[in-house]
Design a binder for this molecule. Structure first.
Ligand SMILES: [Zn+2]
Length: 300
């Protein structure tokens, strides 16, 4: 077997430089980004309402599926009540199939002014173009039937061109910057606004346990107090910058457990104790950014 060019070889280094340049050309950081007067930070509470759909697709053991069921029957209601109590507008990234499983909860979320956004059809990204387009369309239709508004946001890895064709404006599935920014596809077309989130502050990374086939040492059951410290540190660091952004990713089957929901309430109260904290939906933030800081070099 002949080894390929390694990272230190000339051609390898050139490939990497080319890749870096192509990446840079696809992304546009918003210079001089600022919020409306008086706002220092936007906090997007986002909940991926997947109810472990992917685990169902893998046909995992009943106890695993039951966790998802808890999210759809109990956890989601707790999160809606939590956000309503604290006057926070949240974004629920929802697979289309969930509209068939838990329509009442989604109707309640929409009636409270929360945003319903795309999180794939069955939590999968089909390779075939027609199937991918079909999944995007079907989810948009299902969410529109429930919420009465066509979704403009997604957390997915679909082709951007297919998303643009269905009217999507933003994606919240990557982290190239700490603030909202723009990203085009490989042909420098089909630009979307990106609202960055990261797994490092995703509740499932710290609270979830019993991943399929995982060994005992891979089980993670962190104390809520530890998560409070972590989220608070993430918030404070951004707040102190004077134009911060925080996108906290939750899951109803994870943070819908009572002790965790209670902690979230304490976190929101603590944030509200500071001046200039904005809790919009992702859609409201996206509309603000698009209206005030449209892309300058990429075509939207
Ligand atoms: Zn998900």
């Amino acid at each position: 077997m002949t080894p390929g060019p390694g990272p230190s070889s000339r051609s390898g280094a050139e490939d990497w430089s080319d890749a870096a340049r192509a990446f840079e050309a696809r992304h546009e950081i918003i210079e001089n980004f600022r919020y409306p007067d008086g706002i220092r930070i936007a906090v997007n509470f986002t909940a991926d309402f997947d109810a472990m759909l992917y685990r169902r697709a893998l046909d995992e053991p009943p106890m695993q599926k039951a966790k998802g069921e808890f999210g759809g029957r109990v956890g989601i209601w707790r999160l809606i009540e939590l956000f309503d109590t604290h006057g926070v507008k949240a974004t629920f990234f929802t697979p289309g199939r969930i509209c068939e499983l838990y329509p009442q909860a989604l109707r309640a979320a929409a009636a409270s002014g929360h945003e319903l956004a795309d999180h794939m059809w069955e939590h999968l990204t089909p390779k075939e173009e027609e199937l991918q387009r079909d999944h995007i369309r079907r989810t948009a239709d299902a969410l529109t039937r429930i919420g009465g508004v066509r979704p403009i946001g997604t957390r997915s890895y679909y082709e951007q061109g297919f998303l643009k064709d269905e009217g999507y404006l933003y994606n919240s599935a990557e982290t190239t910057s700490r603030l909202p920014y723009y990203a085009a596809d490989d042909r420098l077309e089909n630009c979307l606004l990106i609202l960055p989130f990261h797994f490092s502050i995703d509740d499932a990374q710290f609270y979830n346990f019993g991943w399929f086939t995982s060994e005992p040492q891979a089980q993670r059951l962190t104390d809520p107090e530890r998560i409070m410290d972590m989220w608070w540190d993430a918030f404070e660091q951004q707040y102190e910058l004077g134009n911060g952004y925080l996108n906290i990713c939750l899951h109803p089957f994870v943070s819908g457990r009572a002790l965790r929901t209670r902690l979230l309430g304490q976190l929101i109260e603590r944030m509200k104790g500071k001046e200039g904290v904005w809790f919009p939906t992702c859609a409201a933030l996206a509309q603000y950014v698009l209206a005030n800081f449209p892309p300058r070099s990429l075509k939207f």
